[in-house]
Write a protein that binds this ligand. Structure first.
Ligand SMILES: Nc1ncnc2c1ncn2[C@@H]1O[C@H](COP(=O)(O)OP(=O)(O)OP(=O)(O)O)[C@@H](O)[C@H]1O
Length: 246
């Protein structure tokens, strides 16, 4: 039995009268790639913000590598790498300056040269962040999420809006991280991405986790007991997908 590395216990977040995340319980195992899928507004970002201590829950708690996500914030920061959708990246700095600055925040680092090579940033080190396209900013923010050589990597829609080349690069980096024994949690709107990368997948609908399991386990939830992840998604959420293929 794999070790539980993230344990979410009744995590709940309200925005006014709206319950964005509704009493979610989840265990994520060490070394797995865990995907979270669900319609826009289902609560995916809010959920991962709570387990990474970027957002305070109204109820419930999360233990991450044995640390409490709210009370052990600074210890946790050293062990997790997070790439959120709206990361602000010090627009007035050059790529190499941002990498050095973020490296200085942590006790442990993955070598900057290795990250530059992994994300193919060699030709961009002297460019200002503000002059990068969205895809290149995304590469930089992925590099920053890995700069402390984290045990757990949390990625919020890491490939949304990216061209196929960058998307393939990011997929192969996720596979490399998994082969190193890292645990990865990612949210995605691409069913093909979830299907090919993730060991297990949680389906969120209106703040609730309506299903969780391997692709095979999820497929068994279909009335016909067979189909692909897109069929499962539509069956569980009732939402037709416009963009599901990566
Ligand atoms: N800071 C906030 N204040 C008020 N409401 C919020 C805030 N952040 C999110 N919400 C609402 O909470 C719900 C969940 O949002 P969240 O961003 O977690 O969903 P999501 O599944 O990540 O969506 P998407 O796929 O569009 O990124 C949505 O209804 C959203 O409008």
């Amino acid at each position: 039995m794999s070790k539980v590395i993230i344990h979410a216990n009744e995590l709940t977040k309200r925005y006014g009268s709206h319950i964005a995340v509704n009493h979610i319980n989840l265990e994520v195992y060490e070394g797995e790639v865990f995907g979270i899928i669900g319609p826009n507004g289902a609560g995916k970002t809010t959920f991962i913000e709570m387990i990474t201590a970027f957002r305070k829950p109204d109820n419930g708690s999360a233990q991450v590598i044995g640390l409490d996500s709210q009370n052990d914030f600074y210890q946790l920061r050293e062990k997790i790498g997070v790439q959120l959708q709206q990361a602000s990246l010090y627009e007035k700095l050059k790529v190499k300056e941002v990498l050095k600055l973020f490296a200085s925040y942590y006790k442990k680092n993955r070598p900057i040269e290795e990250l530059v090579s992994m994300l193919r940033l060699e030709g961009y080190l002297n460019k200002y962040i503000k002059h990068l396209s969205g895809g290149w900013k995304q590469r930089v923010s992925f590099a920053l999420a890995l700069i402390n050589d984290p045990d757990i990597v949390v990625l919020d829609e890491p490939t949304t809006g990216l061209d196929p080349e960058i998307r393939r690069d990011i997929w192969s980096i996720i596979q490399k991280l998994k082969s190193e024994g890292k645990t990865i949690i990612l949210t995605t709107n691409y069913m093909e991405e979830a299907q090919s990368l993730c060991d297990r997948i949680g389906v969120l609908k209106k703040g609730k986790m309506v299903a969780c399991g391997t692709k095979q386990e999820l497929e068994k939830l279909l009335p016909s007991k067979q189909g692909n992840l897109e069929d499962v998604y539509m069956n569980l959420t009732g939402v037709m997908r416009e963009e599901t293929r990566a």
